[in-house]
Design a protein around this ligand. Structure first.
Ligand SMILES: [Zn+2]
Length: 422
């Protein structure tokens, strides 16, 4: 029997343990926002890793902000040699349930039915955490000693930007170019797909300021809401066609997201619709935009393009003043499809599933930005069980066959990246 066969057989033997661990994890409602029960989930994961032979640390952000405490798990299993080191990262925060009436399963019940495990956070992405832990355990159970070392981190706040999670592990030196060689982020991109990166994000807020006046004599004021409407029209007319024409070479899924885009995500001016109205010309209007940019654009150009549009609107009506404020900027990131971790994972998919892996890029963003940007580790992909289209939706689930297969893929990728000690 080959090493690969023995490891895959061990994954099958560990199936019940893996599912039981995942169920326990899903039953802890680590809802973010606000970040509930993080301590409990971190202990569960840390205790399991310790029981499986890892040295375990709990890493807190250097600055605790308001709200529930943030804590991350950082674990290391020493190989025959310190390096190479393969680092698996998964986030254990989950998005809120939303309207409970939209669910036909108990959101935190971890019910098993129809070959699936159901619940919020199953696919996105507690199944990924369970898979990477049991992938390495299967290697040990198969009696194989890895040459290189394995690290597993389970982190918080990915759904809100990852700043207290993966970004902290990078800033505190746990994910770093001088200790980490390969990183697999276990997000749910589907069992046969390797995600090499993501597009860029620029969130910004635009404020228009005018002059208030009695609503019956609007000419005495300067209506900031109407000024914003003109800016929005300018964006629709001038910017959107340009963005639609900019198409990336990255294999973004879905293909409809392969071009640059902008969305008006929030808009407010004047009195709240919930209060009784008085005749007031609004003197301020705030809009929040969500600009997604492609690797072929630079963040500098993206910002300048917005500033130019706002400046053009300012020139057209000098009595309105404008301000643009950055809310978030994430650079696009991509690992080459022939980088070691991408190849090892693609090859393992071929071995386990008998079909070629699909290389994709994410339309959104995830923690890869921190691994590459802050940690300086270039050899990073996302791969995990769970189907992307079930994430954040009612009746979220992970297919148990996918869970087993992804566990095998991770194990074979680890064998190939780290080698075995004789
Ligand atoms: Zn996720």
């Amino acid at each position: 029997m080959s090493d690969a066969d023995r490891v895959c057989a061990a994954v099958d033997e560990l199936r019940a343990d893996c599912i039981a661990f995942l169920s326990e994890l899903v039953r802890i409602p680590t809802v973010n926002p606000p970040g509930e029960r993080y301590e409990d989930a971190a202990r569960l994961i840390g205790d399991r890793l310790r029981a499986l032979g890892y040295a375990v640390d709990y890493v807190r952000p250097r600055e605790q902000r308001d709200g529930p405490p943030r804590v991350n798990v950082m674990a290391r299993l020493e190989g025959a040699v310190a390096r190479p080191t393969l680092h698996f990262n998964g986030h254990f925060d989950v998005v809120p349930v939303g309207d409970p009436a939209a669910w036909t399963r108990e959101p935190f019940g971890a019910q098993i039915a129809a070959g699936r495990l159901w619940g919020r956070g199953t696919g996105d992405q507690k199944a990924g955490i369970a898979a990477s832990i049991y992938a390495i355990e299967a290697i040990r159970r198969a009696g194989i000693r890895l040459r290189g070392s394995v690290e597993q981190s389970a982190t918080v706040d990915e759904e809100s930007g990852g700043f207290a999670g993966v970004a902290e592990l990078c800033e505190q030196g746990f994910i770093a170019g001088d200790r980490t060689d390969h990183v697999i982020i276990t997000e749910p991109l589907d069992v046969d797909r390797v995600c090499i990166g993501h597009r860029g994000v620029y969130w910004f807020e635009v404020t228009a300021r005018g002059l208030t006046a009695h609503g019956s004599m609007p000419d005495l004021g300067r209506n900031a809401a109407e000024a914003m409407a003109r800016l929005i029209t300018r964006i629709e007319r001038d910017l959107k066609p340009r963005l639609a024409g900019r198409v990336t070479q990255m294999p973004v899924e879905p293909p409809a997201a392969r071009h640059a885009s902008i969305s008006l995500n929030a808009l407010h001016a004047g009195q709240s619709p919930e209060v009784e109205q008085t005749p007031m010309v609004p003197d301020a209007c705030v809009a929040i935009f969500d600009r997604r940019f492609i690797a072929e654009e630079t963040s500098g150009d993206v910002r300048r393009e917005i500033e130019d549009l706002v400046a053009a609107e300012g020139a057209a009506d000098p009595e309105i003043s404008w301000a643009v404020r950055d809310l978030m900027l994430v650079e696009p990131t991509a690992t080459p499809a022939d980088a070691p971790v991408a190849r090892a994972t693609s090859d393992a998919i071929k071995t386990v599933l008998g079909r070629s892996a699909t290389i994709i890029a994410s339309p959104g963003t995830y923690d890869q930005k921190h691994v590459i940007g802050r940690g300086g580790v270039a050899d990073c992909i996302a791969y995990g069980p769970g189907r992307l289209e079930t994430a954040h939706r009612p009746d979220e689930y992970v297919d148990l066959e996918d869970l087993a297969n992804a566990t095998k893929v991770m194990a074979l990728a680890a064998l190939s990246l780290l080698g075995t000690a004789s």
